[in-house]
Design a protein around this ligand. Structure first.
Ligand SMILES: Cc1cc2nc3c(=O)[nH]c(=O)nc-3n(C[C@H](O)[C@H](O)[C@H](O)COP(=O)(O)OP(=O)(O)OC[C@H]3O[C@@H](n4cnc5c(N)ncnc54)[C@H](O)[C@@H]3O)c2cc1C
Length: 286
């Protein structure tokens, strides 16, 4: 019997391990297809972005975690239910097929950058290791630009960051960004901590709603003490060339990158940023 598992996150790994324990190799061949050869430990992604840990500390090789399971770093493109086959590619564009007896779909969720107008042009996801590295590099690049800027307004523009959504991930990312940029100011000559701005925008009147009001308030005070501006009861409705538009008509202006993390039942997360290039804002990986 052959069981094909699509995905390599918590769900797929736990399932593969459990099945391997229950069924001997002679009884069941288990093949796990994942786009990456590692599992990402998402709770540590914010620490990667904030340079608190190295990227490899947030990823574990699947083969190491899953002895007795054949791991394939290939993307499944299609499931042919009629013929019980999967169609997959290894990134070169060539498609292959493989028959299965059972298929388990554990693909998680994707970042959906289209949920807010303008976001797909000025945003990037926050789901994989690469996203966290990109965010970290972006912050470093912004600091380098601030160091080179002669105009104080431009300098502050470079050092302004916005995080939208104060759930666990948003709070963690805002804290890490704030810590990284503020603690790095000692290495630069052209700007100080006072020039740094990290804002956290949240739709409700209390952050971290999951932990209750008093702990949420405690966290808000801690964040404000650390220099983060917490903006409550506001929602980002658009990302434009001008900045981030809020539902009350206000606009968060300036040369900012901003971060946004959200969840919906399929649990998607994202970080968005916007930046100016020769007078126009563009989405661009560093
Ligand atoms: C920044 C962040 C912080 C989080 N913090 C926490 C936390 O503190 N506590 C908590 O409980 N949860 C947290 N979560 C949520 C938690 O990580 C997810 O709920 C969990 O990862 C979901 O596991 P999964 O296996 O369903 O999907 P995923 O972990 O998303 O794994 C899906 C895998 O499938 C692969 N895949 C998708 N499509 C294909 C395909 N066609 N072919 C091959 N492979 C494919 C993907 O590459 C991915 O590796 C966090 C998530 C994020 C993004």
């Amino acid at each position: 019997m052959r069981v094909v598992i699509i995905g390599g996150g918590f769900a797929a790994v736990q399932f593969a391990r459990t099945l391997r324990k229950k069924l001997r190799a002679s009884e069941c061949e288990i093949l796990l297809f994942n786009r990456e050869n590692h599992m990402v430990f998402h709770p540590l992604l914010a620490d990667v972005a904030g340079a608190s840990i190295n990227p490899n500390a947030a990823a574990t090789p699947l083969r190491q975690m899953l002895p007795g399971v054949a791991c394939r770093t290939e993307r499944v493109q299609r499931i042919d239910l009629v013929n019980s086959q999967i169609e997959f590619d290894d990134g070169t564009g060539l498609l292959s097929r493989m028959p299965y007896d059972h298929v388990v779909v554990a693909c998680g969720a994707e970042s959906n950058l289209n949920i807010i107008p303008g976001m797909s042009e000025h945003a990037f996801g926050f789901k994989v290791i690469r996203d966290a590295i990109d965010l970290r590099q972006h912050m470093v690049r912004q600091m380098e630009r601030a160091e080179a800027a002669s105009d104080p307004e431009q300098r502050r523009w470079n050092l302004s960051f916005i995080v939208v959504g104060a759930g666990f991930s948003g709070v963690e990312v805002a804290g890490e960004m704030n810590e990284l940029v503020r603690s790095s100011t000692r290495f630069y000559r052209n700007f100080r901590k006072e020039d740094v701005s990290v804002s956290l925008v949240h739709t409700r009147d209390v952050i971290l709603p999951e932990v209750g009001r008093s702990l949420g308030e405690f966290a808000r005070k801690k964040m404000e003490k650390a220099g983060i501006e917490v903006i409550l009861n506001k929602r980002a409705v658009a990302a434009t060339h001008e900045g981030v538009e809020l539902n009350d008509g206000g606009v968060l202006r300036g040369a900012r990158s901003f971060a946004r993390l959200e969840r919906h039942p399929r649990r998607w997360y994202r970080i968005c940023r916007w930046r100016r290039n020769m007078g126009a804002f563009s989405r661009r990986r560093i």
